[in-house]
Every structure is written in C-alpha cells, then in structure tokens.
Design a protein around this ligand. Structure first.
Ligand SMILES: Cc1cc2nc3c(=O)[nH]c(=O)nc-3n(C[C@H](O)[C@H](O)[C@H](O)COP(=O)(O)OP(=O)(O)OC[C@H]3O[C@@H](n4cnc5c(N)ncnc54)[C@H](O)[C@@H]3O)c2cc1C
Length: 486
C-alpha cells in the first residue's frame, strides 16, 4: 500500500541519529543568550545556576576590572584564605563551554544596558556596591581620615586605591563601625607581620604596615553591645590575635547576662563571649599572652561621631569628638539618641566603616536611591521585563557570600521560570557577544578573557612564590593588560 511504501521510503526518520539531528537543529534556535554584569559572587553564582539547570543557556559575564571575583579578591581579608576557595567553583563555571568572561568592560560606559538588552534575551545586573557612605561630619576631609572601603581596597590591591598611602604614624586609630569589615581592618592594622607576610596582602601595603606606629584600635559604635554587627568567629579571632589584648570595659556589660537569656542563640553566644572577655578573669595562658602584648584593641559603645578635630597644622586629624548616646527601645531596632554629653578621643587615623552603597548604573534603569538597591521582586527588576538583578545591588550591601549565593540562585530561578513560561521570548534570535564585540571594537575597548585572567593569575602566583605568599597581586591594570598582550 501507499502507507507501507511511504513508511519504508522514510525509514531514516525513525533512526536515532535523525532524532538527535533534529534536536540539534531546534536547540540552536532555542538557546537562550543571557548576560551577567559583574563577576563577584552574585554574577558567578547566577551563571552557575543558569548553566546547571538549563542545558542550552549561554551565559556571558561582563566585568569592569580586568580581573574577576569582585569582593572575594578585593574585600575578603588577606588572612582569610579559606573564604577565597569559592574561586575554585567560579573557575569551574567559567570553564563551561557555554560560559564566557569579558573583563575590562564597564557596563554603563563602554556598553550601555540597553545595548546588552538588544544582544541578549536576559540581562542580570550583579554589579555589587561601591560607594562608602560618607560620614557627613565636619573635618572628614582632613588627612588621616579614610573610608574602610578605600583602606580595604588599598591592602587588597584594588587598582583605584593602590596609591592611597594611609598615614599610619599615629599610635591610636579609630574605626567607626562595629561590623566584620571593621574587625578585618583592626586585625590587619594590629596583626603581627609574620602572619600578614604569608597572606596575599600587597607588597606595598605590607611595607607600609611594617612601619606603622598604630598600637591601639578603638571600634566605635553608636549603639550598645547587643547591637554590634560582627559575628562570633571574627570576635574570637580578635580576642586571640597574638601580641594584642582586648580593652573591654566591664561596666558596658552590666546586667546583660539577664537580658540575653531570651534572645536568639547566635547573638546570645556572641554577647556571652564579650561578657566573658570583659568581666571574667582570664585563664593563666590568656593572662600571660595579654600581659606580654604590645598592642591593644577595644570596643567603645554609645558614641556617635560629631566632628574630626584638626591638628595645629589644620590639615591632619588629631582626634574625634563624639556624642555620648543612650538607647531608645531595645534589641535590633534600638535607636541611639544623644544625651547631650560629648567626649573627645585622641587619634591620628580614622577609618569609617559604616557600610557600602550601590549606585545606579544608568538613568534608564529603575533605582531606589534611599535603599541603594534596584527595586525588584525575586530578582525581576520592576517595570523592566528581561532585566534581573542579584547580590548586593539586589538586596543591599549586607550578608556573607552564602547569603549572596542563595539570592543569586533565586534570581537565576526567576530567569528560568520566565524562559519556561515564555515571558522571555526565544523566537527573537539574539546574537549575544557577537553584537557586543562589534560595539566594543568600534569603541576601542579590548575585553580580557578568562584565559587571559589565567595568565595574570599564573604570573601573580609565580611572583608570590618568590616571597612565600599565595600570590603577589598585580595592582596596576596597565601592567595586567601588558602581560596578556604578549
Ligand atoms: C571588606 C569586606 C570583607 C568581606 N569579607 C567576607 C568574608 O570574609 N566572608 C564572606 O562570606 N563574605 C565577606 N564579605 C561579603 C561578600 O564579599 C559579599 O557578600 C559579596 O561579595 C557580594 O557579592 P556581589 O557579587 O553582589 O558584589 P561584588 O563582590 O562587589 O561584585 C560585583 C562586581 O561587579 C563589578 N562591577 C561593578 N560595576 C560594574 C560595571 N559598571 N560594569 C561591569 N562590572 C561592574 C565589580 O568590579 C565587581 O567585580 C565581605 C565584604 C566586604 C566589603
């Protein structure tokens, strides 16, 4: 019959190879082109989740610096190398044949978000937070006053801060803020050189710290011990820092033993450790260590900065005037209110560690200036279909890498759902990097690929080896670009 002869003449249709071939044909058309702006944890975790859960998706990661990994490279303290192990996972993601990295490309300047939207089915903004909130008090421009962000950037080799040259000639430093970044900064200022020497702290900052006169660091907070933002691991590390002793006023902790009975366990344990260190007699070993210490650090509570005081030359900071506060309310929501009493503290180095802040990328993208975030629901940018956000720019500059990982997975999930439900229209074919490449070319921008980064990485590791360090970071972007141009 006709049916049978047709079936025989089309026998090849039933062969597995044909099925594979036809699948390949349709997949080429349906591969979603996605790009991520920023190569910090948010960018890499978003890419990882998309690649893992969509077998066809292609993800391009754009980064303004030549080198990847955001605050993992430029924020995390040099003496916390274990935290930086996440780089191994990010490297695996970058090695996927469906992922590409383009460093040295600033979105909002070299390429606009609108141009990315024309080239990709979805654009995920994961560009983190930059600007450190300024103190807004008189004298903050005096020499000796820095943002913790700039100071951290300096010792971690962030190109824009490499020439900071902080003045470390004073014996007393004040860090305004009581979070983990404040503790990082205090630890780097007070750590024995032998410890720092084995880390990836930059050569230049190590040399400056070797000549530092700082031997006392006060961490100042507007509120009380129950409102500190650091966590127990970092506090314990500070208490056990060789060559230093804690200066904790037992009076600050009076009566807290009763209050903490009913508070959540992490804060309870943290407060117990502060109370123990402040009020209990140290053990024999601890007492001996503290007695021989040449440096010290302490917590000052319920002090709000009013003014940086100038030295007689009118240029250098010589101290800080602070309002003594009392607390209104209790727990996390307690507010610091000035009592009218004022106190001055002599110090020649002041570091403000009162938070990071995201900035809008360009005026076409919704931005909430008050919260410093891109308004979104589950990572979908409000009123901008096809645009997503993850990480610090999505939820504000708080939380550790794990927090950032979870929220990036959530955002990636929203993208996957929108692909599945057809909100993202794959029938519009998108060229992805092909069209961005011609834009970059016409603007004279030369992107750095992941294999370029691996050359920089190898050079840094080789330089570090000579000095007994995990790496010696290259701090000049021009030097990086020269290195990969050969
Ligand atoms: C000083 C400090 C120490 C920290 N220490 C720890 C720690 O020990 N452990 C821990 O778990 N967490 C730590 N954190 C928190 C952790 O770093 C953050 O949770 C995480 O880095 C946030 O990720 P992100 O990708 O949103 O931002 P980022 O890490 O800031 O990444 C954003 C990336 O976007 C790039 N970018 C910015 N603008 C553009 C643009 N216009 N175009 C292209 N690219 C752009 C940036 O260069 C950067 O690479 C620390 C944070 C700080 C500030």
């Amino acid at each position: 019959t006709l049916g049978t002869s047709l079936m025989f003449s089309c026998w090849w249709l039933f062969f597995p190879w044909y099925t594979c071939f036809s699948r390949l044909l349709s997949t080429a058309a349906l591969a979603p082109q996605i790009c991520v702006v920023g190569s910090g944890p948010a960018g890499f975790y978003t890419a990882q989740h998309l690649l893992k859960h969509h077998r066809l998706a292609r993800v391009d990661i754009y980064e303004k610096l030549p080198v990847p990994f955001g605050l993992v490279r430029f924020g995390v303290a040099p003496d916390h190398p274990e935290v930086k192990n996440v780089i191994n996972t990010f490297t695996q993601t970058a090695h996927s044949d469906r992922c590409a990295y383009y460093g040295n490309v600033t979105i909002g300047k070299d390429v606009m978000v609108k141009e990315l939207q024309r080239a990709y089915h979805a654009v995920v903004l994961s560009y983190g937070a930059e600007d450190n909130r300024i103190l807004g008090i008189p004298g903050e421009n005096l020499s000796g006053v820095y943002s913790a962000r700039a100071f951290v950037g300096w010792y971690n080799g962030l190109p824009e801060n490499r020439d900071l040259k902080p003045d470390l000639s004073s014996e007393t430093a004040v860090v305004l803020g009581q979070g983990n970044v404040a503790l990082d900064v205090a630890r780097v200022l007070l750590s024995p050189l032998d410890i720092l020497r084995k880390t990836d702290i930059t050569e230049g900052s190590l040399a400056a710290i070797a000549c530092s006169k700082v031997k006392r660091v006060w961490l100042v907070g507007r509120r009380g011990p129950l409102q500190v933002a650091f966590t127990i691991k970092e506090l314990r590390e500070m208490i056990n820092l060789p060559g230093t002793r804690p200066l904790l006023d037992p009076a600050d902790f009076t009566g807290l033993g009763d209050v903490i009975k009913d508070i959540p366990r992490p804060r309870k344990r943290l407060t117990e450790l502060m109370i123990k260190s402040a009020r209990e007699k140290p053990g024999e070993k601890e007492a001996a260590l503290w007695a021989s210490a040449t440096k010290e650090w302490g917590l000052k509570f319920q002090r709000s900065p009013l003014e940086v005081l100038p030295a007689t030359d009118g240029k250098q900071a010589r101290g800080i005037r602070m309002a003594v506060t009392r607390l209104e309310g209790s727990g996390e929501s307690a507010r610091a209110v000035p009592t009218g009493e004022v106190e001055e503290l002599e110090c020649g180095l002041i570091l403000s560690s009162i938070g990071y802040r995201s900035l809008p990328l360009d005026s076409s993208i919704p931005f909430d200036p008050k919260l410093g975030i891109i308004p979104n629901s589950l990572g979908r940018v409000q009123g901008a279909p096809g645009l997503y956000c993850s990480g610090w720019v999505k939820r504000g500059p708080t939380g550790v890498i794990i927090t950032t990982m979870n929220d990036s997975f959530d955002t990636a999930q929203s993208v996957l759902e929108d692909l599945q439900t057809g909100v993202l229209n794959l029938s519009n074919s998108k060229e992805g990097f092909k069209s961005v490449r011609s834009i970059l070319h016409s603007r004279g921008v030369h992107p750095v690929t992941f294999s370029d980064w691996e050359k920089i990485d190898a050079a840094e590791v080789a330089r570090g080896k000579l000095a007994g360090k995990p790496r010696e970071k290259i701090v000049d972007p021009q030097e990086m670009l020269q290195l990969i141009s050969h």
